[in-house]
Design a protein around this ligand. Structure first.
Ligand code: PMT
Length: 398
């Protein structure tokens, strides 16, 4: 279920050509279960008819401060209180300037001034207007007051210019505003995430590893942060950059990863093991580069410690979530790991498909716990991470 479910969203539409995109935005917000009320400025009505928004939102569109009939139905102060979030999309340079100045000379600006709801603004304007220092000052003023700026995107513009200033697409706006409702799900909770592969040395220049890119683990760490948690990330070698509010320790091997995890574990409420930890390592690590000599060479491998099982086996253990990377019998194998390692939850994902699992930007997952399971269809790893963190937060009990 989306965080937007049952949320009251006032969608403000100002006078820009991108107003047509806001029709899809209303539809996407409704798809997520949000209640949407649209407010249009006079200029917006030059681009698109209010009736279209009325049909899609299922509510009369709010057009004027001075409309006694509309005010009687739901006055602007009532609307300001009703809103859980105000989204202005498209927001013109002029509307940003008026908001930054605290003007209240039409319904939308009055509403913004009167409401305690968070404000999200999706700018849409010519690239020169966007890069103008006055607009940038207004943007900064709005950010300093707590507004969230969504985009803008870069590309070809309606006027023929190319550059930054295009309004984000409806899906991107929905993806960026949903976490605004996710802020408290893990507030005050301490989360430790492992991510990426491990490297098991053969000699000073060679190692055994796997295809993990770290994308899934870093997305989980970011989603936990956005859910209000303080996040510790223990990362195998990868090229990703973590949010600077995430405390990150880099490791190479499974043994190093286990050592760092166990150092932190007593201060942790939830442990999410996303790392693809090598199950085995070479028994002997040569101190020198091994020379090419015989036609055949055998490397004896010994078992690595199971980090997740060692944490789940602690007397005072955190809530333990494992991942299961499977190429067949997804559910069956994941259930066995859930039970064998005594986990609270396991996230099973297929790793035999090119558009999911290792090193992809996308993934799907079946989450299994003692009392049930939930399937997440294929989506971006960041979106999946948000959904997984929400599910984990629901099941986490102190
Ligand atoms: O990094 P990406 O490219 O984004 O790819 C994401 C992923 C496919 C690596 C990720 O989604 C995933 O499936 N991670 C778990 C990989 C794995 O090692 O699965 P497993 O089924 O072998 O292990 C089960 C669980 O035990 C995992 O939580 C793992 O972290 C943990 N484990 C495994 C072995 C070991 N020695 N110690 C462990 O803690």
């Amino acid at each position: 279920m989306s965080f937007l479910h049952n949320k009251n969203i006032v969608l403000g539409i100002t006078g820009g050509i991108a107003a047509y995109k806001s029709l899809s935005l209303v539809r996407r917000l409704k798809d997520q279960g949000a209640n949407v009320r649209v407010v249009m400025t006079d200029a917006a009505q030059e681009f698109i008819r209010p009736l279209s928004f009325q049909a899609l939102s299922g509510n009369a569109v709010h057009l004027s401060l001075l409309d006694a009939e509309a005010e009687a139905a739901m006055g602007h102060i009532e609307l300001a209180r009703w809103a859980d979030l105000i989204v202005i999309a498209p927001a013109t340079a002029n509307s940003m300037a008026r908001l930054a100045n605290g003007q209240a000379d039409d319904l939308l600006t009055t509403l913004c001034l009167a409401s305690k709801a968070p404000l999200a603004i999706a700018p849409a304007m010519n690239q020169a207007m966007w890069s103008n220092s006055v607009t940038q000052q207004n943007r900064q003023t709005l950010v300093d007051r707590g507004a969230v700026i969504l985009g803008p995107a870069s590309g070809e513009q309606a006027c023929g210019d190319v550059g930054e200033g295009r309004m984000l697409e409806a899906d991107e706006i929905v993806e960026q505003i949903e976490p605004l409702f996710n802020l408290q799900a893990l507030s005050g909770v301490r989360v430790l995430v492992t991510a990426g592969p491990t490297r098991e040395a053969i000699d000073p220049v060679r190692y055994i590893s796997n295809h993990s890119s770290g994308k899934m683990g870093y997305a989980i760490a970011q989603a936990a942060l956005e859910a209000g948690a303080s996040v510790e990330l223990v990362s195998g070698p990868c090229a990703l950059v973590a949010n600077d509010r995430i405390s990150r320790t880099d490791v190479e091997s499974a043994k190093e990863m286990q050592q760092v995890v166990l150092q932190h574990i007593e201060q942790v409420d939830i442990f999410i093991a996303v790392a693809a930890v090598a199950d085995y390592r070479p028994k002997q690590v040569s101190g020198q580069k091994i020379k090419k000599q015989a036609d055949k060479m055998n490397i004896e491998l010994i078992k690595n410690p199971d980090i997740l099982a060692s944490v789940a086996g602690l007397q005072h253990r955190p809530f333990c979530v494992g991942f299961a990377a499977e190429t067949e019998k997804l559910e069956q194998h994941a259930r066995l790991k859930l039970e064998a390692k005594q986990l609270d939850m396991i996230v099973a994902n297929r790793v035999d498909q090119s558009d999911g699992g290792f090193n992809s930007d996308y993934n799907s997952a079946t989450v299994i716990w003692a009392g049930g399971q939930h399937v997440f269809e294929k989506t971006s790893k960041s979106r999946l991470a948000t959904d997984l963190v929400r599910l984990i937060a629901e099941h986490y009990t102190i």
